[in-house]
Write a protein that binds this ligand. Structure first.
Ligand code: UD1
Length: 373
């Protein structure tokens, strides 16, 4: 059983579904928790990434962390009881990941975590708590970069459970690259190759806190004098903008283009042609690394240090002067780094499927041996 819940999960489950479907008897069941539900946060991604329609959609929707996680847990428990999967595969670090993981282990079902071991070491991030808990519960831990292995070793996770397999998000990017290149998003928005920046913001620590958000806005006021900035606005961020005076300040900037969130193909095309990306997203730090696009991460830390080691990503925090200085220091460094993190080659999902299938048959053999003893 493969679980998807929120937008950053969808590009991770797409290659996993393809990999499992290539095994004749693996019978993957896809469940959507419904944590994200807007067309442009969910349906569009299923269509563009050709993800099969989920067999079950729990339709949990938005709520506080406790309410949302509880709805995910009470929704998924009867599904797991009736489907009796050999293994539950959760991806990333959202509430659907930890909620479904906890239900699986309590039902005695083996749990696999894809994108294990990432740590920002910042426990104020809801995702950091989700990552730590999910890893602590998992039987199989699949890491996307070497730091994941080191973090899990430090946390005394048995090494036989841990596998460095590469990055399923990059599997999707490489798989869709040709199709994304055909997108006409630049023409639609009157943008020129390498002549614009992109901004994405949605972390609660940036957008829910007015003081932090206004420092970022101050930096934007300066940067947009140099070039247009495309700003696809996440629903959480839109709500924060509407509630404060910051909306008027952003609208007053002539070169900021506030638009609805893009689908996958348009956004990949937009990123690959950008001069710079400013973001607080985790996945975008990785995608800009593969694309060779400078990325300024508007956070104080990253759980993805490989992106910094490769040279495309810089952690610049949220101080206006620091962001502007980092922007000015980018001198068209948009060439591919010399090397890539190990195994970011488009085949991570196949490695994961191989290991899970092997693990399930060993687990089944051990179970029958135990029963016959
Ligand atoms: C969630 C994840 C975060 C991930 C992000 C990607 C958790 C704890 N957080 O944060 O790790 O980086 O998704 O987008 O799981 N909303 C809509 N339509 C939707 C979904 C949400 O309008 O389809 C609005 C709702 O008002 C909701 C708010 O956005 O309250 C936030 O959504 P939520 O899923 O709670 O968290 P995200 O900020 O999206």
């Amino acid at each position: 059983m493969i679980i998807a819940g929120a937008r950053p999960n969808f590009m991770k489950v797409a290659p996993l579904m393809r990999a499992f479907q290539s095994y004749p008897y693996s019978n993957p069941i896809l469940v959507h928790t419904g944590q994200h539900y807007d067309d442009n946060m969910s349906r569009l991604f299923f269509e563009e990434l050709q993800i099969p329609k989920p067999e079950i959609n729990l339709g949990v929707g938005s709520a506080s962390h406790a309410q949302q996680t509880a709805a995910i847990m009470t929704g998924i428990e009867p599904v797991m009881l009736s489907c009796k999967p050999d293994v539950v595969v959760v991806v990333g670090d959202v509430n659907s990941t930890v909620g479904c993981g906890l239900v699986a282990v309590k039902l005695g079902i083996r749990l696999a975590h894809v994108e294990a071991g990432l740590r920002s070491h910042d426990r104020s991030m809801p995702e950091e708590i989700n990552r730590i808990l999910t890893d602590a519960m998992s039987d199989l831990l699949f890491c996307s970069e070497p730091s994941g292995i080191e973090n899990l070793q430090r946390e005394n996770v048995e090494s036989k459970k841990v596998h460095l397999v590469g990055n399923v998000m990059i599997d999707s990017l490489l798989y869709c690259r040709k199709q994304a290149a055909k997108s006409l998003v630049l023409e639609r928005h009157g943008l020129e190759q390498k002549g614009y920046g992109i901004l994405t913001l949605h972390r609660p620590s940036n957008v829910d806190d007015n003081r932090v958000f206004s420092r970022i806005v101050e930096a934007l006021e300066e940067i947009q004098r140099d070039m247009p900035i495309v700003f696809p606005v996440h629903p959480r961020t839109r709500a924060c903008i509407q509630e404060t005076y910051l909306g008027d300040r952003i609208k007053a900037m002539s070169q900021i283009m506030m638009v609805d969130p893009f689908g996958y193909m348009d956004f990949m095309k937009l990123m690959s042609s950008a001069y710079v990306v400013l973001t607080d997203s985790g996945g975008i730090q990785e995608e800009t690394t593969i694309l060779g696009i400078p990325c300024l991460t508007l956070r104080e830390n990253t759980e993805r240090p490989a992106t910094v080691d490769m040279g495309t990503n810089q952690i610049v925090g949220t101080d206006a002067q620091r962001i502007v200085a980092a922007f000015k220091a980018i001198k068209r460094r948009n060439k591919l780094p010399e090397t890539m993190p190990p195994l970011w080659d488009g085949h991570a999902a196949e490695r994961i499927a191989d290991i899970i299938i092997e693990d399930s048959s060993v687990a089944k053999q051990n179970y029958s041996l135990m029963r016959s003893a």
